[in-house]
Design a binder for this molecule. Structure first.
Ligand code: LLP
Length: 421
């Protein structure tokens, strides 16, 4: 499968039907594409969705119905998983909490619910151990190298804050023993955006850790980071090859530990990234020198990825009647409404504005930003006091509002009734 270069007419119809009811900007997700992605990963023993990519409880419910478990990185994400019906008490541990620190409120909650904690620092092990002897834990190891689509998504190596530094692994195992914690497994996530050279390095590092742990393990986790095509014609990653490398690693881990070892995968973007679009209205078309800026009513307060990482999102313009905007191609930058020069959707890492050759839209047309299902709505903010945009799910031709638009009154509510401390 390669990502289609043009938008399907039924998706454009669904987008326009949604904005007619709810206005712009608006997120639209396709349930079928999420199902398809989950199906592609079925060869893993356990797919644990990194919900930071898209934590809408309806997305979680859909993934739960497909047998996908969940990872949470905050108390809020634990509560979302519970609302979506995940059972923290199931023997298979449907919810795992992964982080490099744990605050008191979250510690209280994971202990109360028996949620395993994937620990990224020795201090976390001490804090959990002091609170709850025997609590189930994973160890997230930084193997000393990493890789990512941006420096900001590289989660391994000596410049990363994530995981237990490989040289502290033995000390961490001693803490597990000292506090009588139950070690479930070992976890490595070196960053977002897989390449195969790193894949084999991580598999080797995992086996090295399994040997050094020198004890039975229930599971190993390959982390997430599977990349997605964001541009037309970009290849899909080869899941069979990815699985084969990890399956071999699992078998060798079984030979070392002498018992069965479950193979977990923790993808975020792979499950939801291509399944979402952001729809905004063109509100101004400006000539600047010999080029054009098309200004739309969504900003980096909605989709932060281009401003944060220089990420590429394909953009298509359609008319209010749903026809693709046609005409001669001309250099266009697409930007938002925020009072910030970095509020540009067509930019490269470092903030260099990119002009793309596209037919010029007019005000009242719509811009569709593609592949925005992962790290879109979850990274939105209220910057410039702009309310969060609504989310809609398209499933079998039916459209369901899965999050309403935030109101300005809701946004101001926390500041009401100010009083002495
Ligand atoms: N597991 C762990 C421990 C992680 O830290 C992450 C992502 C994942 C799994 C899922 O990674 P994925 O499969 O989605 O690549 N906001 C950035 C990505 C940050 C990822 C943070 N951790 C972006 O928009 O590209």
């Amino acid at each position: 499968m390669t990502r289609p270069s043009s938008l399907r007419p039924d998706l454009i119809d669904a987008a326009l039907a949604s904005v007619r009811k709810l206005g712009t900007p608006l997120w639209l997700y396709e349930a079928n594409l999420i199902r398809e992605r989950a199906g592609q990963l079925a060869m893993f023993d356990c797919v644990r969705y990194a919900q930071k990519a898209n934590s809408n409880t309806h997305v979680l419910r859909l993934l739960r119905s497909l047998g996908v478990f969940v990872d949470a990185v905050s108390l809020g994400e634990i509560e979302r998983a519970l609302v979506a019906g995940y059972d923290p008490h199931s023997p298979a541990h449907e919810i795992v909490f992964t982080a490099d620190i744990i605050d008191e409120a979250t510690l209280q909650r994971v202990v109360e619910l028996g949620i395993p904690v994937n620990c990224g620092s020795p201090d976390m092990l001490r804090q959990i151990g002091q609170k709850a002897k025997g609590h189930p834990v994973w160890l997230r190891i930084n193997p000393g190298f990493g890789h990512g689509h941006s420096r900001k998504t590289n989660t391994g190596g000596p410049s990363s804050k994530h995981g237990i530094w490989h040289e502290e692994f033995e000390d961490s195992l001693r803490l597990v023993d000292e506090y009588g914690l139950t070690l479930i497994g070992l976890h490595m996530h070196i960053g977002s955006g897989v390449d195969y050279a790193h894949l084999h390095k991580v598999c080797d590092a995992m086996l090295d850790a399994v040997r050094r742990a020198d004890r039975p393990l229930q599971a190993i986790s390959a982390g997430g980071g599977l990349s997605l095509p964001y541009k037309a014609g970009e290849p899909e990653i080869d899941i069979a090859e990815y699985h084969a490398a990890w399956d071999r690693t699992r078998r060798e881990a079984e030979a070392i530990t002498g018992g069965p070892v479950r193979l977990e995968l923790e993808p975020g973007r792979y499950l939801v990234g291509n399944a979402g679009i952001l729809i905004a209205e063109v509100r101004a078309v400006k000539k600047v020198a010999d080029k054009h800026f098309v200004l739309i009513d969504a900003g980096f307060s909605d989709l932060a990825r281009p401003a944060m990482y220089g990420s590429h999102h394909d953009i298509a313009f359609v008319t209010a009647a749903g026809e693709p905007v046609a005409g001669p191609e001309t250099p266009i930058a697409v930007a938002g409404p925020l009072c910030e020069s970095g509020d540009v959707f067509t930019q490269q890492e470092g903030g260099f504005v990119e002009f793309r050759e596209m037919p010029l839209p007019k005000t009242g047309d719509f811009a569709i930003l593609r592949d925005a299902g992962a790290y879109g709505a979850t990274m939105s903010s209220n910057y410039n006091s702009r309310p969060l945009a609504p989310e809609v799910m398209l499933d079998g031709g039916a459209l369901t509002v899965i999050r309403k638009r935030q109101s300005i009154a809701q946004l101001l509510a926390l500041e009401e009734g100010a009083g002495p401390l």
